[in-house]
Design a binder for this molecule. Structure first.
Ligand SMILES: [Zn+2]
Length: 141
């Protein structure tokens, strides 16, 4: 992927969830379509951090399965995984390990920097992805 398409409403939902969950890490599953290097998010599924941790997050595997299956029914897939940090909006060592297992787009929001960033592990390196709004799509629609 090169870019993530996320609506302002969905980004606001993620920011609110990150603030609400403090000091725990918030998490969410984002589904949508992957096309031409673009991860187009169409739904945000807020998830409980079952670890209830300030430095780690875990999504209930049953929820992950349900969300992935319902996305598949709509011709979509798991497009991104979101979580929040009390530190920088950058993947931690542990995040990097899980990015290997789940090579989707990872969105990280920093409550201290008030910043949302997107990453994906591509080969052996972490690539920073641009986040754009749906209306920036091709003008012809
Ligand atoms: Zn993290």
């Amino acid at each position: 992927m090169e870019k993530v398409e996320l609506s302002e409403e969905d980004e606001e939902l993620l920011r609110r969830e990150a603030r609400r969950a403090r000091p725990l890490e918030a998490c969410a599953l984002l589904t949508g379509k992957l096309e031409h290097g673009l991860a187009r998010v169409s739904r945000v599924h807020l998830a409980e951090n079952v670890e209830a941790s300030t430095v780690h997050f875990t999504v209930d595997p049953e929820l992950l399965l349900r969300v992935a299956m319902s996305a598949e029914g709509r011709g979509e897939e798991l497009a991104a995984i979101f979580h929040s940090h009390e530190g920088a909006a950058e993947p931690s060592e542990l995040d990097l390990r899980f990015m290997r297992l789940n090579p989707v787009v990872w969105l990280i929001f920093s409550n201290v920097e008030e910043r949302l960033a997107a990453y994906q592990l591509q080969g052996n390196s972490v690539r920073r992805l641009a986040i754009r709004r749906p209306h920036e799509a091709s003008p012809s629609g």
